[in-house]
Design a protein around this ligand. Structure first.
Ligand code: BGC
Length: 416
């Protein structure tokens, strides 16, 4: 009798186990900071409610370089995950290789075309126009996050010009604070460079240089001006910036050690996670000279062709990601705004509302432009060549901006 019971329990366990295996969806991502993890939890819980176990495969490293390297190796070994967090041109690369599954059945049924802005949808589809990725958010890179207490104490306001930014930074430094919290990693320098290029030449110039890769624009006076700004910003960071993770730099602003950080709005996710409120504890404003412009990146979930058994779970994940109330809940924690334009801004705080309003105008004026730093301006290999020049310049105080602009143009031309 006892034996029979044991066998029955074991059989039940085996069935349960097989069911769990069948229902699990493996997702590779680089959302490991406090704010990022809080946002990801919304998706994990959503999938669990839909009957799927979440097989978590996090690969730490802001901007996702490490995660992309691991993915490349897994794909080469014939072991891709079910789903992967992906940015812009990376999606295109995997789609061109024919490795991504077609999500069009869900996308067409749910009318994604009507709600996803065209500059963003362009990265969600393969060459045949089939949906191969589900966009979860819209991030913006041309933000500055500031500690309000320091600004109030020193009676300074958000700078309207780059010169004003340098002037308030002198006051901040004199009062014993670090003007700019920065993490010395190539992608973080590139994130600032997005804004410097936009500020130096405006949206039409940014588009010509960084998206159309026009050699004359890339080596122009405006590009030299962008490098000039980078050189001045280098003087505003502390001595220990090298290699620092972006969220530790954000923490320096949250804790009042530093006054500002130039970073995409995933930084806002850290402020929110720490219980901080915009216009009470922190300020958000555009890098001077980029007001109204919108350098964007969007996190999307691309699904690999891994067989029929997993397809249902993948389509369920795609549908979950595109659900309007999910997009609201997720983006409230992530710091970004929904990828769908039909989600109301009611529940978003001041910075989120501003981003949503600015996006509408940017779409109309064609100034919603892909971020160089986050893989939405140029193919990944070309971007990498650009990163090298920007980071080398930032780490060599005294280097010539004119030379750097020439080198930047040369590196992009050679890689494209
Ligand atoms: C991603 C964000 C992420 C950030 C820092 C960006 O490339 O789009 O979702 O929070 O990197 O890791």
């Amino acid at each position: 009798m006892k034996m029979k019971m044991v066998v029955a329990v074991m059989a039940l366990f085996a069935v349960r186990h097989a069911w769990a295996e069948e229902q699990a969806v493996e997702v590779v991502h680089w959302w490991t900071s406090g704010g990022e993890a809080a946002a990801l939890n919304v998706l994990k819980e959503d999938m669990q409610k839909r009957g799927y176990a979440w097989k978590d495969s996090p690969i730490a490293g802001g901007g996702g370089e490490q995660a992309r390297t691991v993915l490349r190796a897994r794909v080469a070994a014939g072991n891709p995950p079910d789903a992967m967090q992906m940015l812009g041109f990376t999606i295109r690369d995997y789609a061109d290789e024919g490795l991504l599954g077609d999500l069009s059945s869900v996308a067409n049924k749910e009318g994604w075309d009507k709600v996803v802005p065209a500059p963003l949808a362009k990265f969600s589809k393969n060459a045949k126009g089939q949906w191969v990725a589900a966009p979860v958010n819209i991030h913006r890179t041309n933000w500055i996050w500031a500690n309000k207490k320091i600004f109030d104490e020193l009676k300074i306001s958000p700078p309207k010009t780059f010169d004003e930014l340098i002037a308030i930074s002198a006051k901040i430094k004199a009062a014993g604070y670090i003007p700019l919290a920065h993490g010395g990693q190539p992608w973080q320098e590139a994130t600032i460079f997005d804004s410097a290029v936009m500020s130096a030449g405006g949206p039409a110039f940014y588009k010509k240089a960084m998206i159309e890769l026009d050699p004359a624009a890339l080596g122009s006076k405006n590009m030299e001006k962008a490098f000039d700004q980078m050189a001045k910003l280098r003087t505003l960071v502390d001595d220990n910036f090298s290699g620092r993770d972006w969220n530790l730099a954000t923490a320096m602003v949250i804790n009042g050690k530093a006054a500002m950080q130039m970073m995409g709005d995933w930084a806002k996710g850290e402020f929110i996670k720490a219980g901080k409120k915009p216009n009470v504890d922190f300020l958000c404003f555009q890098y001077p000279g980029t007001e109204g412009a919108f350098t964007f990146n969007t996190d999307q979930f691309a699904m690999f062709k891994v067989g029929e058994k997993q397809a249902k779970g993948q389509l369920t994940l795609a549908s979950a990601v595109m659900n309007p109330s999910f997009q609201e809940a997720f983006n409230l924690a992530k710091g970004s705004i929904p990828a769908r334009t039909d989600v109301p801004d009611t529940k978003f705080e001041a910075c989120g509302k501003k981003s949503m309003a600015d996006l509408k105008v940017a779409i109309k004026n064609d100034t919603m432009l892909g971020s160089f730093a986050h893989g939405h301006a140029m193919p990944d290999a070309v971007k990498g060549a650009g990163y090298d020049v920007v980071t080398k310049f930032f780490n060599h105080p005294g280097a010539s901006s004119a030379e750097a602009a020439k080198e930047f143009a040369k590196a992009i031309e050679a890689a494209k």
